[in-house]
Design a protein around this ligand. Structure first.
Ligand code: XIL
Length: 312
């Protein structure tokens, strides 16, 4: 079996990887994506700075390449990411008034989410697009919508619009692609911590007037030995009734035992539907120096790869 076929045999939806033109153009990397993985997430090409570098000027060269590759190779696609503090052009973070920012968010989402709606469903009725939502402030670099204590982070979005930006953005996405599962996505959701509890409160609050948030993504950029709290986190997140996805999994050192713990936690959580590793090979990882992925720099499987297969 392969990573995806074994995972799917447990009733899960897909085992995926981040990708983009750069890694798709590496033959060994593309061959592994084709044979082992069931889906892809654009690593950078669908982010705001790539798709709308200037107001109203859209550029879909990179994201189209990823989506076209996925469609022709019959892979599912998780869109990533519509609203995020990082890789956000400065013209957005400079906006001061709520009417302008609301309109800018709506225009961005209707263009990006709208572009891939018709295209994918026209090709194959079982393709899914899942948009990871990162709704957050623009500093510090890797903070998303929440502070570590579970409170809402200060950001251009929350400063100008308050918590309502979450509803505004999700409604725009629902309108742009009514059949896509809409996800909120964050990092450090790796134990049942205050941030997990804050996210659960927000999701329950936003969904109380009708379900807008379908899923919660937990990035899962783990440190070595950092998998012990993952099961408790997944259980707490799943209590919202949302589906759960591990969206950017990589683990410093890639110890087989750490990967086994994570995969078993997802298998053991009925609402956990997918695992995406943040790349295929250590050669192209954003955390390359910590060698966190399942394949080494020569695209050969590591012990972590065998551990993941055996855990399934
Ligand atoms: C990273 C990419 O892997 C890098 O190539 C890029 O330079 C920075 O962004 N959380 C996320 C991802 O949601 O989009 C980030 O991806 C890693 C952290």
């Amino acid at each position: 079996g392969t990573l995806n076929s074994k995972f799917v045999s447990h009733g899960k939806k897909f085992f995926a990887s981040a990708a983009d033109s750069g890694t798709l153009n590496i033959a060994k990397n593309a061959a592994l994506l084709q044979s082992q993985f069931g889906g892809v997430t654009p690593e950078n090409s669908m982010k705001w700075d790539a798709t709308e570098p200037n107001r109203g000027q859209f550029n879909f060269g990179g994201s189209d390449a990823l989506v076209n590759w996925a469609v022709s190779n019959n892979k599912l696609i998780r869109g990533h990411t519509l609203v995020w503090h990082s890789q956000l052009p400065s013209w957005v973070s400079a906006i001061k008034d709520s009417a302008t920012l609301t309109s800018v968010i709506q225009t961005h989402i209707s263009n990006v989410a709208g572009r891939y709606k018709g295209k994918l469903y026209a090709v194959s009725s079982f393709q899914l697009i899942k948009f990871d939502w990162k709704l957050s402030g623009y500093r510090p670099k890797f903070s998303e919508i929440f502070n570590e204590d579970g409170s809402l982070r200060s950001s251009v979005f929350s400063q100008v619009l308050g918590q309502d930006f979450v509803r505004i953005a999700f409604q725009a996405a629902r309108a742009a692609d009514p059949t896509a599962k809409l996800y909120i996505n964050d990092y450090n959701l790796d134990s049942n911590n205050a941030k997990v509890q804050g996210l659960v409160r927000l999701v329950n609050s936003v969904n109380s007037g009708g379900k807008l948030i379908d899923g919660i993504g937990t990035q899962s950029h783990l440190g070595a030995g950092g998998a012990g709290g993952v099961q408790a986190a997944l259980t707490a997140l799943a209590a919202t009734g949302c589906e759960i996805a591990m969206t950017e999994l990589d683990i410093a050192g890639a110890a087989p035992n750490d990967y086994t713990t994570v995969v078993k936690a997802c298998l053991n959580t009925p609402n956990c539907v997918s695992i995406t590793t943040w790349g295929v090979s250590d050669a192209n990882s954003w955390r390359a120096s910590s060698t966190p992925l399942l394949y080494d720099t020569n695209y050969n499987p590591k012990p972590a790869y065998t551990a993941v297969l055996n855990a399934m």
